[in-house]
Each structure stands twice: as C-alpha cells, then as structure tokens.
Ligand binder design. Structure first.
Ligand SMILES: NC(=O)c1ccc[n+]([C@@H]2O[C@H](COP(=O)([O-])OP(=O)(O)OC[C@H]3O[C@@H](n4cnc5c(N)ncnc54)[C@H](OP(=O)(O)O)[C@@H]3O)[C@@H](O)[C@H]2O)c1
Length: 75
C-alpha cells in the first residue's frame, strides 16, 4: 500500500497491531496519522506527524463525527 503523503486514522493505536499500524505509514512517508486510544496518555509516539486522540469504541461521545456531506452541486 502506498501511504506516502496520505493521512491515516488508527484506532487502538497504543499497543499491539494498532501501534504497528501507526509506525508503518510513518515509515512510508504518511503526512499525518491520527492515533486513537481509550487513554491518550498511553500513546508514546514522538513523531510530530502523529496526532493523539481519545476514542473508546463503546463510548459514542468520544467517536468523531464524519464531516458534513457537500450537496451534489458543490455549493
Ligand atoms: N496481533 C495480530 O497479529 C492480529 C492479526 C490479525 C487480527 N488481529 C486483531 O486485531 C485486533 C487487535 O489485536 P492486538 O493483537 O493488537 O490486540 P491487543 O494488543 O490486545 O490491543 C487491543 C487494542 O484495542 C484497544 N481496545 C480494546 N477495547 C477497546 C475499546 N472498547 N475502545 C477502544 N479501544 C479498545 C486496546 O486499548 P487499551 O490499551 O486501552 O486496552 C488496545 O489498543 C484484535 O481484534 C485481533 O483479533 C490481530
């Protein structure tokens, strides 16, 4: 997968396979990785392209909403 200049969102990023899913796109030139965890303080990435975020899949208030859709005519 080509992740150069791409933006990634990784859940469960503090450990296990999620942590590796953050490191891989960084190694491959991603421009930004949003790394989520239930406890953001458990995210220990030092790369400035990583944006730590709080997200618990069982807590709807921590799950970000998608951006509003543009109408088809683009206005
Ligand atoms: N490891 C592999 O080789 C592999 C291969 C194929 C598929 N998978 C699948 O990938 C998933 C993760 O595997 P893993 O080995 O990385 O497991 P893991 O080391 O146990 O990590 C689980 C991750 O999920 C987070 N998490 C658990 N419940 C959550 C919730 N309610 N809201 C938000 N985050 C939650 C944990 O956060 P906390 O630290 O806060 O608990 C942790 O970051 C599993 O479903 C596994 O079956 C893994």
């Amino acid at each position: 997968m080509n992740t150069a200049d791409q933006i990634a969102l990784v859940t469960g990023a503090n450990r296990g396979i999620g942590r590796q899913f953050v490191l891989e796109p960084l190694d491959r030139g991603a421009s930004k990785v949003y790394a989520t965890a239930r406890r953001p303080e458990s995210l220990d990435f030092t790369d400035s392209r990583v944006v730590p975020c709080r997200c618990a899949s069982t807590c709807s208030t921590t799950i970000p909403s998608p951006p509003p859709r543009r109408p088809p005519n683009g206005t």
